[in-house]
Design a protein around this ligand. Structure first.
Ligand code: ATP
Ligand code: MG
Length: 423
């Protein structure tokens, strides 16, 4: 039979790689809870309508969504992003009436786009959303949370913050109108993608990566001319707070973000080490979405971290293999009845030292091959059971990470050594 290939753009994460993920996830969860965020879990499939209503003109809905009819003929979609589902769950379960819910979630998102470095069709996001507050203070706190995350992960030197204020709906409407007429005067120089965006959502042309379009953009009207004094005041309050808390940032007046529902504050953290897919984390305010999805008016702000990109930047900067815990003991079994005995030893060690991690080699290979595997496994120690040990009712222990000699231990000795190791 021929081998079955994975679906394009869907990647496997192998155990060695997962170690880095677990390391990062632990740190992220710690920081989320340090700011009072609580985890929420909701389905990866929703009614298609939910995403269409929340992001009608966004590429993720018009071009990238995995939508299917289920057996009952209903159109359902794999979530392309989490905010819509989180808001749906918060409304549906009446969470928004409590004291400013601060929620976080993580899991796979699905977008049918061209796979490349930092871009796959299934990818993992870690996200946070806070509801019920509309102020520069909460925006600042959310950004401070992300800054703390990079510090915890040792990424603070390779990651930069860009922020912008895209105003309220009114401001954006006038801005879009003015952009449209500007781009119309340059229509013959626009590429196909920009022509399409000009029709659907001209704001999206602003973050085009094409050099030709970037050139046209230098003469384009700026959002600043359209936003209200209130928005400007809020924005300057936010930037002052970031300054006061020692956060460097760049105001990027062309930063608009890809989702339709954003208003006012938007931000992105970009990494220096990723090449062209360099946005590790993006977020912004979405004060109208809750109402659009059938809830009572409720302001909100949130962000998402693209974990694949975070791990890539972690690996090319600060990540140390020593941060990762390997197994403690690799059990080498050399004689006929060794494996059975090793299982009993291991059970008793796990009983007494619940944090102990032990892997038993059950392959009955040569001593050389088993020692090689023990070393490669990253284990701190090898436990050895050969003929001699079985006869004398003992067990041998070798520290794999120092040059010390192999020790032969009775049960009492072993207990003593384990107490030293796990003190
Ligand atoms: P991009 O400009 O990279 O397409 P986006 O504007 O589509 O990003 P969001 O929808 O705001 O991004 O998602 C937040 C983060 O999720 C991104 O900054 C990125 O790190 C990550 N992300 C988005 N799409 C993908 C993908 N296809 N593969 C891997 N990570 C992704
Ligand atoms: Mg995108």
């Amino acid at each position: 039979m021929s081998k079955i290939k994975p679906v394009r753009g869907m990647n496997d994460l192998l155990p060695d790689e997962v170690k880095a993920w677990v390391y990062a996830e632990k740190k992220i969860k710690k920081v989320f809870s340090a700011y009072g965020y609580q985890e929420i879990r909701f389905p990866i499939i929703e009614r298609t309508d939910l995403f269409v209503r929340s992001n009608e003109a966004a590429d993720i809905v018009t071009k990238q969504m995995y939508s299917f009819e289920d057996k009952g003929g209903e159109s359902i979609s794999l979530r392309p992003e989490g905010t819509a589902g989180c808001v749906r769950a918060a409304i549906d379960n009446d969470l928004l009436r409590t004291d400013n819910p601060k929620l976080w979630y993580s899991g796979p998102m699905f977008r049918y786009e061209r796979p490349q470095k930092g871009r796959s069709r299934q990818f993992i996001q870690f996200s946070a959303e806070v509801f019920g507050i509309r102020s520069a203070e909460i925006d600042a706190e959310l950004i401070l949370l992300t800054a703390r995350l990079w510090k915890e992960l040792g990424l603070e030197k390779s990651i930069r913050l860009e922020i912008n204020n895209i105003g309220d709906n009114e401001a954006r409407k006038s801005y879009v109108k003015s952009l449209r007429s500007y781009f119309k005067t340059h229509q013959s120089d626009l590429d196909d993608d920009s022509v399409r965006k000009l029709k659907d959502n001209p704001l999206r042309i602003l973050d085009s990566k094409s050099p030709a379009i970037k050139k046209i953009l230098t003469g384009a009207p700026e959002i600043e001319e359209f936003i209200s004094q209130d928005s400007k005041d809020e924005f300057s309050k936010l930037t002052t707070m970031l300054d006061n808390n020692g956060i460097d940032f760049l105001i990027n007046s062309k930063l608009v973000r890809g989702l339709d529902y954003y208003n006012q504050t938007v931000f992105e953290w970009k990494s220096d080490v990723l090449g062209s897919q360099d946005t590790v984390c993006g977020g912004g305010r979405y004060d109208n979405l809750v109402e659009e999805l059938g809830g009572r008016p409720c302001p909100a702000i949130g962000f998402s971290i693209g974990m694949e990109r975070l791990i890539l930047s972690l690996k090319s900067t600060s990540f140390e293999e020593s941060n990762i815990r390997n197994i403690d003991f690799y059990f080498i079994c050399l004689a006929e009845n060794s494996i059975e005995k090793a299982i009993m030893y291991s059970e008793s060690i796990r009983d007494k030292f619940p944090s102990a991690t032990i892997k038993i080699n059950m392959g009955m290979e040569s001593a050389g091959s088993q020692f090689k595997k023990a070393d490669k496994s990253g284990a701190s120690f090898a436990l050895i059971l050969g003929e001699e040990e079985l006869e004398t009712n003992t067990l041998s222990l070798k520290d794999l990470r120092s040059k010390s000699k192999q020790e032969n231990l009775t049960d009492v000795d072993l207990d003593k050594r384990l107490k030293e190791i796990y003190k």
